[in-house]
Write a new protein. Structure first.
Length: 339
C-alpha cells in the first residue's frame, strides 16, 4: 500500500514524502522524499494527479504533480499556479474536476482555481473573503481552515476558525458566491468537518475547544444540534483539535488532539447523527496534526508534526485502536493520504 505525507519545510521537512506500508505484516517498509517543495501542508490525491499547497517567497498557490508510476507512486512536477498572497492550509478538487479550491488561514480567504482538461491547475479565478472574529485570542479576524464540497454537489462548505462559522458558497460563472452561513459556539474555533453517509448531517471538529459539533444539513443550510468533547473530563492542560476522519465503514469517527496527543474514537449510531465516545488513545508522538485510515479500514496512520514520526495502529472490529510496533520518520508531517 502506497501513500503520501505532506509536510512543513520550516526545519527538516522536504515537502512531499512517499511511504509504503506492508498491509500483510502491518509495518512500514519505507519512507522517502517524493518531491522537494516548500510547505506542502495539504494534498489532494486524485487518480494520476496530486495537488499540493505551495508557498513562494511572496506568493502562494497550488502545484500539480503527475503520479508518473502507479506501481511505485513516483511523482513528476507538471506546473504550479502562484499569485501574490498567503499560502493555503487546505485544498480540494471539485467532483466535476473543473475547479480546485483552497483556503488561507492567515487572511480568511477561499480561493477558486481553474483546472484544464489535462487535470492541471492553471489560473486563479476568484477570491472570496470571509468576515468576522471571535472572543479567543487567536480569533482577531477570520481564519479559514477547510473547504469541502457538500454531498449534494451543489455547494462548497468553508469552515472558519477565527469567525466561528461555516460559510456555504456556490461556484457561478467562475466566481464564488455566498449562499448561507452558520455560526457555532463563540470561541470554539471550528477547523474541519465530515458528513455522514446520508449527507444530511455534518460533524465539525473544533480546534480551540476540542469538540465535535453535530449539525444537520439541508440545501446549503447547517443547523448545530449536539456537542461532544474529544478530551477526558479531568484534563485541564492545553490542547488543540486537528483532524477528523470517518472510517470507510461509516460506523466510526476519529479526531486528533494536539497537546493531549491523542486520538478520540466515536461510534456513530444507526441514524448517522449521534455519537458515543468509546476511546481516547495516546498517539505516541508530539502534535498529531493529521492521520488517516487505510482504504481497507484495517489500519490508522498518524503523523506528528513536532516529533516527526509516523505511528501505525490496528483498527479493531469495534472501532478502537491498538498501537503496532512499527514506526517511521517523516519530518514535520502534517498530512496523510493514500494512492
Amino acid at each position: 500500500m502506497i501513500g503520501y505525507i505532506g509536510s512543513y519545510t520550516k526545519e527538516n521537512g522536504q515537502g512531499i514524502y512517499r511511504y509504503e506500508l506492508d498491509s500483510e505484516k502491518g509495518e512500514f517498509k519505507s519512507v522517502e522524499v517524493a518531491a522537494q517543495t516548500p510547505n506542502a501542508t495539504y494534498l489532494d490525491i486524485q487518480n494520476d494527479r496530486v495537488y499540493a499547497i505551495k508557498k513562494g517567497k511572496t506568493k502562494g498557490g497550488v502545484a500539480t504533480y503527475e503520479i508518473a508510476d502507479l506501481e511505485t507512486g513516483g511523482l513528476r512536477f507538471i506546473d504550479d499556479c502562484l499569485e501574490e498572497g498567503g499560502s493555503g492550509c487546505h485544498l480540494m478538487l471539485t467532483s466535476d474536476q473543473n475547479h480546485l479550491v483552497d483556503t488561507v488561514y492567515g487572511s480568511g480567504e477561499v480561493r477558486l482555481y481553474e483546472v484544464d482538461d489535462r487535470g492541471v491547475v492553471t489560473d486563479r479565478l476568484d477570491v472570496f473573503q470571509i468576515e468576522g472574529d471571535g472572543p479567543h485570542e487567536r480569533q482577531d479576524g477570520p481564519h479559514t481552515h477547510f473547504v469541502t464540497e457538500t454531498p449534494d454537489r451543489q455547494y462548497l462548505a468553508a469552515v472558519d476558525l477565527g469567525a466561528d462559522k461555516l460559510v456555504t458558497l456556490k461556484i457561478a460563472e467562475g466566481k464564488l458566491e455566498q449562499v448561507a452561513e452558520c455560526s457555532v459556539a463563540p470561541g470554539s474555533g471550528p477547523r474541519h468537518l465530515v458528513f455522514n453517509e446520508a449527507g444530511d448531517y455534518a460533524f465539525i471538529f473544533t480546534e480551540l475547544s476540542n469538540e465535535v459539533i453535530g449539525a444537520s444539513y439541508e440545501d446549503g443550510i447547517f443547523t448545530p444540534e449536539d456537542v461532544y468533547s474529544a478530551l477526558p473530563e479531568d484534563f485541564d492542560g492545553h490542547s488543540q483539535g486537528a483532524a477528523i476522519r470517518r472510517h470507510p465503514n461509516r460506523k466510526f469517527l476519529y479526531v486528533s488532539n494536539r497537546g493531549h496527543n491523542s486520538i478520540a474514537v466515536f461510534k456513530v449510531d444507526d441514524s448517522g447523527r449521534k455519537l458515543e465516545r468509546i476511546q481516547i488513545e495516546p498517539t505516541h508522538g508530539e502534535w498529531p496534526r493529521d492521520f488517516n485510515i487505510t482504504p481497507d479500514g484495517k489500519y490508522l496512520i498518524c503523523a506528528h508534526e513536532r516529533s516527526h514520526n509516523l505511528v501505525l495502529f490496528d483498527v479493531n472490529e469495534d472501532g478502537t485502536l491498538t498501537r503496532r510496533e512499527s514506526e517511521a520518520e517523516a519530518p514535520e508531517g502534517v498530512f496523510v493520504g493514500f494512492l
